[in-house]
Design a protein around this ligand. Structure first.
Ligand code: G3P
Length: 225
């Protein structure tokens, strides 16, 4: 089954129209058989999980305990969400000095989720990171080149060769689903993503920032049905 993840990020519209967006997502998923997953702000997780398949926007690799303002697997689980995004470009598991990914912290967060039956959607910025994440076997690995995020040029048009290589790599060396995101706005962008081997897409501004989110969802879902 192909998937769409709608990431609400920290957009105001996600808070203001989040429930209606989730309802539209659920309606489109039921109509087409495509898996549509919403990733709303943390405060909406509980409510939106009752409407449609929902994941958190991130998690930290700590157990519940004395960790103020940390998001744990336990909180996500109790909210009713199915899993979480991990290591999104805007919330990386990076070492503070070098900016390099902290793979052992990332692995720990993924493991904690897996042990607690939460799905893991791990974002990577390039092939090098993807190679390191494949043996962690998350539910899905999502390639999002940071420079295209929030823009109008889609990853499936600007990075065709890398996307192809990424999808082949993930399929041949893990049980994870390859997904791609960044700049996806139209059905054409989704069509080319699938052609390049992706099993779905992540989208934020193309749904959350449009005037007609219902129309946007229905358009993006078509090539995946
Ligand atoms: O997680 C999805 C995201 O980073 C892509 O954002 O606005 O380019 O669709 P956007």
């Amino acid at each position: 089954m192909k998937s769409i993840i709608i990431n609400y990020k920290a957009y105001k519209e996600g808070i203001d129209k989040g429930l209606s967006i989730a309802m539209a997502a659920n309606e489109a998923a039921e109509k087409t058989g495509v898996e549509i997953i919403t990733a709303p702000q943390f405060t909406l997780l509980k409510e939106i999980s009752k409407i449609t398949k929902t994941i958190a926007q991130g998690v930290e690799g700590v157990e519940p305990g004395p960790f103020t303002a940390h998001i744990t697997w336990y909180e996500i689980k109790k909210s009713g969400a199915a899993g979480t995004l991990i290591n999104h470009s805007e919330k990386r598991f990076a070492h503070s000095k070098s900016g390099q990914l902290d793979y052992s912290a990332l692995r720990k967060a993924i493991e904690l989720c897996k042990q607690n039956q939460l799905e893991t959607y791990v974002c990577v910025r390039n092939l090098q990171e993807a190679k390191k994440v494949t043996d962690m076997n998350p539910t899905a690995i999502a390639y999002e080149p940071p420079e295209l995020i929030s823009g109008n040029v889609s990853v499936s048009t600007a990075k065709t060769e890398i996307v192809k290589e990424f999808c082949e790599l993930v399929k041949s060396s893990s049980n994870s689903k390859p997904l791609i995101g960044a700049g996806i706005k139209t059905a054409e962008d989704v069509k080319s993503s699938v052609k390049l081997g992706s099993e779905g897409i992540l989208v934020a501004s193309g749904v959350i920032k449009t005037n007609n989110f219902k129309k946007a969802i229905n358009e993006l879902v078509k090539p995946l049905a």
